[in-house]
Design a protein around this ligand. Sequence first.
Ligand code: SF4
Length: 203
Amino acid sequence: MSRSTSDGNSSNKILVMVADIAQYFYCPRKIYYLKVLGVPFRVRRKMELGNEEDEKEEVRLEERIAIYGFDRSSVKEIIHDLYLEDAKLGLAGQVDVVIRLDTGEYIPVDSKYTDQVEVQRNYRKQLVAYALLIEGAFHTKVRRGIIYFTKQKKPVVVPLLEEDKSSLQKDLESIRRILTGESIPRKVSESKCGYCEVARFCV
Ligand code: SF4
């Protein structure tokens, strides 16, 4: 399923993908290697396992009494793999799941396959980005999202504040400066390099 929004004014903004935001907050230099220099990206086994779990979860949801912690009777709609694009924001991405409650509230759900049940900054930023996209597409306010830790089958509700949304729009500008090659980002702490898919290119 996909949906695009536009206010009728053409926008020349470079489109930032929500996945780019996750990479940027992992390490700003990583997005430079992937998107500007175009180094090959190797899918790790952990990512493949995460995708397989997502697919199984989609089937399991049909049988669950509770949907990500909400009583099934309060969930009016479950939308899987929703692609959203907002030309005005210059932002696009595919949300794993969007649930619509009987109150009319929309809640984005992002699944993570990891050993650590901890909402990291890049996870939160991704949810904020999905919130902005949903707001544009459905003319609503998104006040919370869910990170679903697939391995532990644990949903964690994350409040999404207005200041988070304003701050993300500034982040998008910083990411665009990297994508246009205007700035070459600094390195992060070396502890992240061990798990980085572009480490062999990054000196
Ligand atoms: S190897 Fe380290 S510094 Fe280089 S992109 Fe990856 S995380 Fe960043």
